[in-house]
Design a protein around this ligand. Sequence first.
Ligand code: GLU
Length: 495
Amino acid sequence: MTQSPIQTPVKTRFAPSPTGEIHLGNLRTALFNALVAQGQAGVFLLRIEDTDAERSRDEYVSALQTELQWLGLDWQEGPGIGGAAAPYQQSARAAIYARYFQTLEQHDHAYPCFCSPEELSIARKVQQASGRPPRYPGTCARLTPEQRQAKIAQGLKPTLRFRVPDGRDIIFEDLVRGPQSFRSDDIGDFVVRRGDGSAAFFFCNALDDALMGVTHVLRGEDHLANTPRQLLILEVLGFAAPQYGHIALIVGDDGSPLSKRNGSNSIRELREAGIFPLALINHLARLGHTYDADGFMPLSELAAQFDFKRLGRAPARHDPAQLQHWQKEALARCTDTELWEWMSARTYQEGHQIQALVPVGAELSFVHTVRENILTPLDAYLWAGNLYAAADAFDPDARQVVQSAGPDFFRQAQAALTEAGDFKAYTKALSVSSGCKGKELFMPLRAALSGQLTDPERGGIWRHGPELARIWSLLGSARVRERLSAAEHCGSTIV
Ligand code: GLU
């Protein structure tokens, strides 16, 4: 496949603000940038955008690194790795920003602004009331040095505002959305340094991309309107701008922005639920990007086939059923041993472990029996609970089926055990002795042996049960006999 030609060496980045847990939306941004870098033998950089001291938290900084590493999205420059442009945490770059603030001020590209939040809010209201878009009205743009000194002497702490030039068209080619054009006259002078001295997003995000040599930026389309501002900053500082691409946001399967309500989970939740890294990656790689092949691919293949031209402009719909599809694909690629490790390395309800249910020595046959009927380790745990529960533990539907088959059926089922070879021979013999066949034969047997029925309507692990033949050989003849006997006496325990 031919890819859009791009210059080398390529450097992409993921620049999260650590103000919460990483979720599907920002992980997809990380993934796309990592795929571009890997596909072009470039560098993927991680930068922590934590200038908002109030909202940024250290635990989110380390959590997001845990999730990226778990997914195999390794960065070649950034926290823990280092690199020529270190440090990679913006809170440690204040001295660098200070130098560039000075440059902006010296060349009159920025000026101190003393307007209070109340004054700004009144100005906005006046503009809105007269039908004008809210923009900074320029109150402090032309203060004399003496006026500024006087305000500073009063103890006012100014912000620093970037002076947006008049009458300019700001034009750029977006990697996803094509040619873009903005009027500078629509952009008010904006804050690049907050009153507390910290650098504002527009500024340090653009400056760091330049200082770190980032060549391509894929980010959410909510940042599109920021780009002209950032281009202006880079221009006056004499830096080349990266190529920007603004990707459509992810929406839930109800079409509204992704949230807890419509199926978004934090990446931690998905990891803890046992979702495989490559299942999540195959799912996300196709949210807003199309691939010719619809098969399961390793990261390297997804990267090799990634192409800016295949990024869509329409919102990408996250359908949890799609994630389940990729989970199934990932699961099918694991050996029984790997799956046993996957399900036995965690604790379930009230700290229980699956090892407490599955008899020693039966682990791999258990996995082999249920592997096509599970999506998560919890599913496996529930199956273990059913298969190894007390012999007379039947769920209500199963109990009903067992009772209507009647004790005679289960007496015959036990008798047939003595002659039986394999499961096929066994069910043939039972069919002859009981006169039952098809559903009449298999439903009560399934109810007795697994304590439950399958039910497509209920979904999950109940949709399709493991093959009865597999359950039969997994349990072994002593256990099968025990359950059939419990089924024979099931009616009498009913009150
Ligand atoms: N810290 C910004 C965010 O998390 C980064 C935006 C960008 O990728 O440029 O939204």
